[in-house]
Design a protein around this ligand. Structure first.
Ligand SMILES: O=C(O)CCC(=O)C(=O)O
Ligand SMILES: [Fe+2]
Length: 401
């Protein structure tokens, strides 16, 4: 991040007080970025991260990727033989697209070998099977094969605190592979913790239906539940969905092979595979959507009332959220104090100053939250208020002329 972009981002967040950018305003169509050489990180910040708008990057951005070379046949289809040879024994999660369980699909686990056998039979059966339409989802390939040359992280997505945090703890990650036949799909949802996501089709095509934050409210049914499938005719039934006429049409994207979709924070979406498709999808949080994550966690706490239940619903509670902030904050403090040229993500001193500023804002709100004040912090290696003080001093020093 350069100084000019830092100043712009700071002004943006000061003006909005950390609110959800882009609410209620969406352009009629999704921007397409064609030239890697003509599109900088600063361009991405201005055009898409700050206004929280989606975009599609051309396949030129993923040209050299190992997965695009090795997982795909010359005809552009999934190379089942290669996948079997390389990953056949790995156990992968598989969802059944034909069975609705709340607003999701039940999952089972099976060796990739068995899933590929199923997939080939499904194709031979004219895209139908007595087993239904199965979709391999959320396979943590990077965790299973950390040194494999599968993709090169584009600079636009390199400030990725979720994966930086989990990598530091060496426990988990939010990097996934999806693979499924034409017709497999992901029901209507917003991403975990209101994270951003990026998604690249290694082969095949996807249709995306995207709704800007807030639009989902009009799609709720009369019991207040969000739809499972926004293409269902039930949405036109005004008795079932009294406010659906108020919802604008979704932004639609047809994502071609090799193209990369950026899904902004808090945008609900539904995704359909138009061909036999393999994709790489990452969820990520950083200074640009941290306040949305914090707002989401507070809403979750209101919805469940108790932190213990919250952890089982959201996978994280306020104490863990503090730990997440602390891990990232300490790394940024190191960069700011030593005025080192590089932070963990390689985005430099200005990025560290921006990150520290965003954490300061959210940490101040967390520290003041009554539920967090009940947490016993006496055994923490660094007390929240001390961390907040350190951050404030470092941010002041960083922005001083
Ligand atoms: O490709 C899919 O089926 C779902 C992808 C998705 O929801 C995401 O990347 O956020
Ligand atoms: Fe998603």
């Amino acid at each position: 991040m350069d100084r000019e972009t830092l100043a712009l981002a700071d002004r943006h967040f000061r003006g909005l007080g950390g609110g959800v950018p882009g609410v209620g305003q969406a352009p009629g169509r999704v921007a397409f970025v064609s030239e890697p050489g003509a599109f900088s990180y600063a361009d991405f910040v201005r055009g898409f991260l700050l206004p929280n708008l989606p975009c599609v990057f051309s396949s030129a951005f993923t040209q050299g990727w190992g997965s695009r070379r090795r997982w795909v046949t010359p005809a552009g289809r999934p190379d089942f033989d290669h996948l079997l040879r390389t990953y056949g024994d790995v156990v992968v999660p598989v969802a059944n697209c034909g069975v609705q369980e709340y607003n999701s699909n039940p999952k089972e686990h099976m060796p990739l070998r068995d899933y590929i056998t199923y997939w080939k039979e499904y194709i031979e059966g004219g895209y139908s099977s007595p087993r239904g339409c199965l979709y391999l989802k959320d396979w943590h390939l990077c965790r299973d094969f950390p040194v494999e040359d599968v993709f090169t992280l584009p600079v636009y997505f390199s400030s990725d605190w979720l994966n930086e945090f989990w990598d530091a703890l060496d426990v988990d990650d939010y990097r996934f592979v999806y693979a499924g036949p034409a017709g497999s799909w992901s029901p209507f949802h917003a991403d975990i913790f209101r994270s951003f996501s990026w998604s690249v089709n290694v082969c095949g095509r996807k249709k995306w239906l995207l709704f800007p934050p807030g639009q989902e409210e009009a799609l709720r049914d009369r019991h207040g539940n969000l739809p499972y499938d926004v293409t269902s005719p039930a949405l036109c039934d005004t008795h079932l969905h009294p406010r659906s006429q108020l919802a604008g049409p979704p932004l639609e994207i047809t994502q071609e092979a090799g193209e990369m979709v950026f899904v902004p924070s808090g945008w609900h979406h539904q995704v359909h595979n138009l061909d036999d498709t393999i994709s790489i999808n990452h969820n990520w949080v950083n200074g640009f959507n941290l306040a949305n994550m914090w707002r989401f966690l507070q809403q979750e706490l209101c919805a469940v009332q108790e932190e213990v239940i919250m952890r089982s619903c959201s996978g994280i509670n306020f104490e863990e959220f503090y730990h997440f902030l602390k891990v990232i904050a300490e790394k940024r403090l190191l960069v700011l104090r030593e005025a080192a040229a590089e932070d963990g993500a390689g985005l430099g001193f200005e990025q560290a100053a921006f990150d520290a500023g965003r954490i300061t804002e959210v940490l101040a709100s967390l520290v003041a939250h009554p539920s967090f004040q009940r947490v016993d912090t006496s055994a923490f290696s660094l007390r929240p208020k001390e961390l907040l003080q350190q951050l404030r001093e470092a941010v002041d020093a960083a922005v001083a002329p």
